[in-house]
Design a protein around this ligand. Structure first.
Ligand SMILES: [Zn+2]
Ligand SMILES: [Zn+2]
Length: 169
């Protein structure tokens, strides 16, 4: 079966290929009497409630930050001192899952961040050099898709820079 041409929202989850409904995953309603795996749940075709498009959608993957536990342990410091405790994982929004697209981009972003730190350059300075807003660049490094052409150009430029560096060393 041919892979449909998905477009993706910023966090990498696909839109309905026909009507661009952005909550395609809300189609996923599984009736089961026992817990089932993601792989099993996503083996079925899904149907869009708006336009009735039917097909396979890529399953999400386990969040690399909380490793599927949905929350992370944090230390937060403010004017009244520090506090510790669990809070919902900010990467996956407390769902324990992220999109495949986002997971792949996080993998790609890691050497990009490491290389920047090895030069002693801050994220703000790097965003300035690349001609992209720091807030957008920070999102891109967390696996978000770029919002602007500047963001996309900055991402492509960094991928190229890292690749060239790899060839030299
Ligand atoms: Zn649809
Ligand atoms: Zn998470």
């Amino acid at each position: 079966m041919a892979e449909p041409n998905f477009t993706y929202r910023r966090d990498g989850f696909p839109l309905c290929p026909r009507c661009e409904e952005d909550e395609v995953y809300s189609m996923v309603a599984i009736r089961a009497t026992e817990p089932i795996t993601l792989e099993a749940a996503f083996k079925e075709e899904f149907r869009c409630y708006r336009c009735s498009w039917q097909g396979m959608i890529p399953p999400p993957v386990t969040c690399p930050d909380c490793e599927g536990r949905r929350q992370t342990y944090r230390i937060a410091c403010g004017p009244d001192g520090c506090d510790t405790g669990y809070s919902p994982c900010s990467l996956c929004g407390g769902t324990g899952l992220i999109s495949q697209t986002q997971a792949e981009r996080i993998q790609q972003a890691k050497p990009i961040r490491d290389e920047r730190k090895s030069r002693g350059v801050s994220l703000m300075e790097e965003a300035k050099r690349l001609g992209v807003k720091a807030s957008e660049w920070s999102g891109i490094k967390r696996g978000d898709l770029p919002e602007t052409p500047e963001g996309e150009r900055a991402w492509q430029k960094r991928l190229k820079e890292i690749k060239e560096k790899d060839h030299v060393s």
